[in-house]
Design a protein around this ligand. Structure first.
Ligand code: MN3
Length: 211
């Protein structure tokens, strides 16, 4: 992404209502304009207090959390993390979703995770068993293999040395208005919104990138 301070909220490539019936308009609007905006504002505030860090990209900050000054470390972990995760999340969804990945990514899912069905089962389990707030992820590891994992709060796969290519927000703010306590109904619906061409692009980028 290469985003740097001062961060700002990018418009979505689709309207808030366009992911219906899977994700409702009110949730999308509040999630984007309130929650994502708050992460951006708080990340900017933290960086105002640490101007020497303003030169770094989001990825650089989040891949090197342990070297950040303690005065801003946790705030950047949470808020720069939130900005990174949500920026990806919006791009990973589309109103014109296809059912399945194709090409290189489909081959890698079969090779590294067994099959698309096995991948889906393992991703759903990651989403279901993430206690409290967090994310489920499909990532590429340093050996360029696909792995399914999850993270708590706004922790990013970057901090685990992983390159995220698909992520699902399982914070209650992402689904509570429409699905209340039924997190797995939201997860099931979300599969119908995935922007596979974008995910495939990220996968191909991960193969060319050292991280
Ligand atoms: Mn969220």
């Amino acid at each position: 992404m290469g985003l740097r301070y001062p961060f700002s909220l990018a418009a979505l490539a689709y309207d808030y209502k366009d992911l219906e019936p899977h994700i409702d308009e009110a949730t999308m609007r509040i999630h984007h304009t309130k929650h994502h905006q708050a992460y951006i504002d708080n990340a900017n505030k933290a960086l105002e207090e640490a101007p020497e860090l303003q030169v770094y990209t989001l990825e650089e900050l989040l891949s090197n959390l342990s070297s950040l000054p303690e005065s801003v470390r946790t705030r950047l972990q949470n808020n720069a993390g939130g900005h990174f995760n949500h920026t990806l999340f919006w791009l990973m969804m589309t109103p014109h979703a296809s059912e399945l990945p194709t090409g290189k990514l489909a081959d890698a899912i079969n090779a590294d995770l067994g099959s698309f069905a096995a991948f889906k089962e393992s991703f759903n389990k990651a989403a279901q068993t993430r206690f409290g707030s967090g994310w489920a992820w499909l990532c590429v590891n340093k050996d360029k293999k696909l792995v399914v994992t999850s993270s708590g709060n706004q922790d990013t796969p970057l901090a685990m040395g992983l390159f995220p290519i698909l992520g699902l927000d399982v914070w209650e703010h992402a689904y509570y208005l429409k699905y209340q306590n039924k997190r797995m109904d939201y997860v099931t619906a979300w599969w119908s919104t995935i922007n596979w061409p974008f995910v495939t692009e990220l996968y191909e980028k991960s193969l060319r990138t050292s991280f």
